[in-house]
Design a protein around this ligand. Structure first.
Ligand SMILES: [Zn+2]
Ligand SMILES: [Zn+2]
Length: 115
């Protein structure tokens, strides 16, 4: 069993390596075909990020941050993590996380950039 699983993993790896050009070509073709759609998605992503920054600044200014991390109970390097950015003025729409837990949560730390 173990041998065949390893064999499959190696085969997948080889497939990806041997077909890299084809995979990249397909990606390029998709980009050309859906260019407008993809650009629109990027724009939406940027706008969502903008809202994220506004939300973080608001949380800082209005002291939404608790005295400890909701996950690991750490008391230093705390961030306010918004669960819902649209309703960012509502302190119930987020939780306090330390930097480490925040990174784990979505791998971006906004508050440390705001400071
Ligand atoms: Zn934590
Ligand atoms: Zn967050």
């Amino acid at each position: 069993m173990v041998v065949s699983r390893e064999y499959n993993a190696i085969r997948n790896h080889l497939y990806t390596r041997e077909n890299k050009d084809q995979i990249n070509k397909r990606k390029r073709e998709r980009y050309q075909r859906d260019r407008e759609h993809i650009l629109k998605q990027h724009k939406r992503y940027r706008e969502a990020n903008k809202l994220k920054r506004i939300a973080q600044r608001y949380a800082l200014q209005h002291k939404f941050i608790d005295d400890k991390c909701a996950m690991c109970k750490a008391t230093d390097r705390l961030n306010f993590h918004h669960i819902d950015y649209v309703d960012y003025k509502n302190p119930d729409c987020g939780i306090t996380l330390c930097v480490d837990c925040h990174k784990k949560d979505h791998r971006t730390v906004i508050i440390s950039n705001v400071n």
